[in-house]
Ligand binder design. Structure first.
Ligand SMILES: Cc1ncc(COP(=O)(O)O)c(C=O)c1O
Length: 374
């Protein structure tokens, strides 16, 4: 093999700055949560030259998603409060990431884990849950609501199961008021610590509203808070838009979660499956990032927001999960065809983003304005 000596002649150019930091050395799996990197988007749009768009890569979490944080936090809290004891069983309704995170952390702590899935749960998710030793309970499709959502049916099943299982702990991420605490503790503080000044805006997806509420709760206690840009999938109920079936998993909900407070949001975007999945394909090919469908929605909304700005901003976009668990769905040609979806060209995608408008403008965020004017 011939080495390109010109390339390596000045090794100081390729020094890896990370070696000046202390790597994490921990005794328990749940201590290795968080501290995910922020990676700048450089090639997906010309807007990347005008603004600093940083993707916070929660895909680098242990089980590949931000839900490691909720799982670790809610398990630790339950242990502390005596709701989960040695030999206990964790029961939860999840069609993906939260179930996977609970299964992994439950295995590491010696708990039995039962995850309530439904007939639409993709095979790779089921395989991951089973590989971590979780037991699966599947809810039949007949129990879907009028718009095809299985969320309430799964939650009802999990609740009933928890009531009749001795030593059961049902975190119920959708309704648990402690759920946002995980993101106040981890996600928001990581963003806070990463930059000397708070970012101008944080773009974040919503389902249980744990992330968005945790980040907002953190910044409400700070003298200066970023604008919060909320992202939902078209067809979901959270931002109050008309409901219809959608293919996205992770993002969206069939009801408005109790942790969600629209008054703290600067802008909200509803992004279609079509736009989100197209963005995912272009992020993989142009930025080298193979990420989940919701990240496609979040980046699309982030670019739509950036499009409206007159001055350069630093924008943090929270990437919730990795793309490998979607290889049989949104990254699969046949699946896309079967679901009447196509991957738009890069040009068509960016043109469509130019026409993506926010659905909600808040008159609040006075704290941020106060700070900006001071
Ligand atoms: C995969 C995934 N899970 C969950 C969420 C939503 O997070 P939360 O449940 O904290 O609102 C998102 C949002 O983008 C997501 O993409």
């Amino acid at each position: 093999m011939i080495l390109n000596t010109a390339l390596y002649s000045n090794t100081s150019d390729i020094t890896d700055k990370r070696f000046s930091y202390s790597p994490m050395v921990v005794n328990e799996l749940d201590q290795a949560i968080g501290f995910t990197p922020f990676v700048r988007l450089n090639r997906i749009s010309r807007l990347c030259q005008k603004h600093d768009l940083y993707l916070k890569m929660e895909s680098c979490c242990l089980t590949g998603s931000i839900k490691d944080k909720n799982a670790a936090y809610l398990i630790q809290l339950a242990e502390k409060q005596g709701d989960l004891k040695p030999g206990g069983t964790i029961i939860e309704s999840s069609s993906g990431n939260f179930g996977i995170a609970l299964a992994a952390l439950g295995a590491a702590k010696g708990y039995k884990v039962v995850i309530v899935i439904d007939a639409k749960t993709p095979p790779p998710i089921k395989k991951m849950l089973l590989a971590y030793g979780a037991q699966l309970e599947s809810v039949p499709l007949e129990l879907a609501d009028a718009e095809g959502s299985m969320q309430k049916a799964r939650m009802n099943h999990a609740k009933r199961l928890a009531m009749k299982t001795p030593g059961a702990f049902y975190p119920c991420q959708h309704l648990n008021k402690n759920n946002p605490g995980a993101h106040e503790l981890y996600t928001a503080q990581e963003i806070h610590a990463a930059f000397q000044q708070p970012p101008d805006a944080i773009v974040v997806g919503i389902s249980t509203a744990g992330q968005i509420a945790g980040i907002i709760n953190h910044y409400r206690k700070q003298p200066c808070s970023p604008k919060i840009i909320a992202v939902d999938v078209a067809g979901s109920a959270v931002l109050g838009q008309p409901r219809h079936p959608y293919k996205m998993t992770g993002l969206g909900l069939s009801f408005v979660p109790p942790s969600f407070q629209s008054k703290w949001i600067h802008q909200g975007f509803n992004v279609s499956d079509q736009m989100a999945f197209s963005m995912c394909h272009h992020l993989a090919k142009q930025e080298g990032m193979l990420l989940g469908g919701s990240t496609g929605a979040i980046v699309s909304a982030g670019l739509a927001y950036a499009n409206t700005l007159t001055h350069p901003e630093r924008i943090v976009l929270v990437n919730p999960d990795r793309g490998d668990r979607y290889l049989e769905t949104l990254y699969d040609e046949q699946w896309l065809q079967d679901n009447a979806l196509e991957v738009w060209s890069h040009t068509r995608l960016l043109e469509s983003i130019n026409h993506l408008h926010p659905i909600r403008h808040s008159q609040t965020n006075s704290k941020r304005k106060q700070h900006a004017n001071s």
